[in-house]
Design a binder for this molecule. Sequence first.
Ligand code: NZQ
Ligand code: ZN
Length: 388
Amino acid sequence: MLGNFSYHNPTKLYFGEDSLRFLKDELQHYGQNILLVYGGGSIKKNGLYDEIIAVLNDCGKHVAEVAGVMPNPTVEKLREGVRIAREHHADFILAVGGGSVCDYSKAVSVSIHCDDDPWEKYYIRFEEPSCEIVPVGCILTMAGTGSEMNGGAVITNHEQHLKIGHVFGDDVMPKFSILNPRYTMTLPKYQMVAGIYDIMNHICEQYFSGEDDNTSDYISEGLMRGLIHASRIAVKDPQDYEARSNIMWTATWALNTLVSRGKSTDWMVHMLGQSVGAYTDATHGMTLAAVSLPYYRYIMPYGVKKFARFATEVWGICAEGKTDAQLAEAGLAAMESWMQELGLVMKISELGVTEDMIEGIADGTIILDGGYKVLDRSEVISVLKASM
Ligand code: NZQ
Ligand code: ZN
């Protein structure tokens, strides 16, 4: 049964090859001092930086820049961005990049007018913002996280070996996001497939919970089927615009709060993956790929009916003559061979995890209780060991 919930998503989207032309109109709703945030240089190489600067100049905006936002943005970089934003009296943050740049911009936006240390306030004490929030707009260059239409902001603290996400509310979600699939075409294949798996796993994290008949699950199954289809085309031909545009749109709907309505949601693959990321700084989607199958094979007996449904409805496996357990395993085997087709990393040892890190990774894994089995610490360790 669906139960009670509210649904509201304030982010306005502009999708397609023409979408950048709406930037000028959108910027007119905000102040003059823009903080332009971007990553390690991909937007300079592919010409997007010049296009955006031209629009900003055309609007007469005063621009300060935070460049070099790294994948898995750090708390030190967050503090640097807050300092630059304050010096510039930023009234709007324009994020141009992937999930890291979008997440980072949201974290800066809630910290500029806040006296507390942002790590302590938002990532340790999990408090909500009590200060003015500087609005954010995104121009997305990588499909995967859904950050373009959600309140998530994941920050890494290497000193403390912690990578933690805070999901902020409506006020922190981007005011608008520009989604041009063409921008994702310059992504290295490693990042493209990591993003595809991130999308798949966002849907799985919400799908593998609950035993009720729930509209969200039917939407999720459609999203997964479409993603698998498009991913197979994109892996063979990364320049296929149709496939890349379907992947980008699926990423947004996978994690913009729609398919979590009425669901308890699991998110343990992300908790495990984030802790692996805190130790290795590995690419987010690859950390998820590496822990997924050991985790799902372990919890499958506790949610066998849903895993059997996953096999028939997502992977098209014929149910005839099979028990639920056989179907469930066949579904996971189908997912495994698709992951191999994509060329995903399937072991945490290949991401730099060594035996001596396992205890620390387990300590950094937040245990959630919305899925089919609540893990204890020893079970976290055995899932991690099964991925070595
Ligand atoms: O920094 P640049 O030079 O731009 O290069 C980036 C980066 O090296 C590159 N890239 C992005 N677009 C490109 C491109 N290279 C060439 N052409 C382009 N068009 O790709 C690399 C990875 O970018 P990044 O932004 O780190 O990837 P992703 O979008 O996967 O974001 C990962 C971060 O998002 C967090 C992750 O934990 C991680 O910190 N997440 C955020 C979520 C949310 N907001 O809800 C949920 C996710 O589960 C995830 O946790
Ligand atoms: Zn993710």
